[in-house]
Ligand binder design. Sequence first.
Ligand code: GLY
Length: 344
Amino acid sequence: MKIIDMNLKNNPYKVYIESGILDKACDYISSIYNKKNIYIITDNHVANIYLDRLIKILSAKYIVKSVIVPEGESSKSFNEYVNVLTKLLDLNMRRNEMLVALGGGVIGDLTGFVASTIYRGCPYVQIPTSLLAQMDSSIGGKTGIDFAERKNIIGAFKQPSLVLIDPYVLDSLENRQFSNGMAELIKHGIIGNASLFNKLLRKPCIDEDIISESLSVKQDAVLKDEFDTGERMRLNFGHTFGHVVELEKNLLHGEAVALGMLMALRFGEDLGITPKDIYPQVKSILESYNLPVEEIDYKKYLLKTLGDKKNLAGTVNFILIDKLGSSVIYPLTEDKIKEIINGR
Ligand code: GLY
């Protein structure tokens, strides 16, 4: 078992990574929550595989109720947010009762956003069932929904009270979903741990050790900067361009991040920051995990990055790579970006 200690000043919690931990969820949750009722939020796909099992496990100590939403990104919407709130209130959920997010990133983000607002906030536990959610969205407390065709544009920082990561659940993932999560794992190697990147080249089993090594990169960034105003922005490597192509090309998040990382590497090369030998190494590792690697001209997408939520009052902070395992935050004003687009 590995433990990542999210030792945040106001919101400390632990991330437990253990094969088979799903079956021990009741013990872990009861160590932090002693009320009677618990509410699981999940989607129809994950419900078919894990919901009955989790209800049975938690019923040892709790009255367990559940809300099921349709699977897929479309559930990160106002409609589904309102639907979940309505159902929880219909189920007589009371203030300070606990939610459990059982599912991938959509469920984690939606549940966290509900948890940040219902009764002005309630505790929630993350039990991520996709590699993408285990690698990224289940820790760090970024929650939210999509709006006006923009991803995660409405949300809140709301740290979970506990995260339980079970590598066994990865066995039930389809290949495309597995690759989807690998993009974030590879990203952690590129921005913060060259030795992890080199390990991934050898296609290791994604076990407790690899998950914990990868999450340590995220832990480090979140502990330094919970609210994403500085160090945490490094985790956005590949996301500024990625979010633009994700919606436009209808890709999975990790697939878009793969393309976004390649675009950011070319951008870094043109700015004289990224050494030219990194692109082929990243392209090759992405290809080996069946992620898309088509070369896209980043300049065509620079203008659209201005609409990203990473545009802070007219400045976009691009994350560039200066050597494998190390990143730099590179702020550019809207005017400078427009100059680059116009080739000046
Ligand atoms: N997914 C990037 C972050 O949590 O900051």
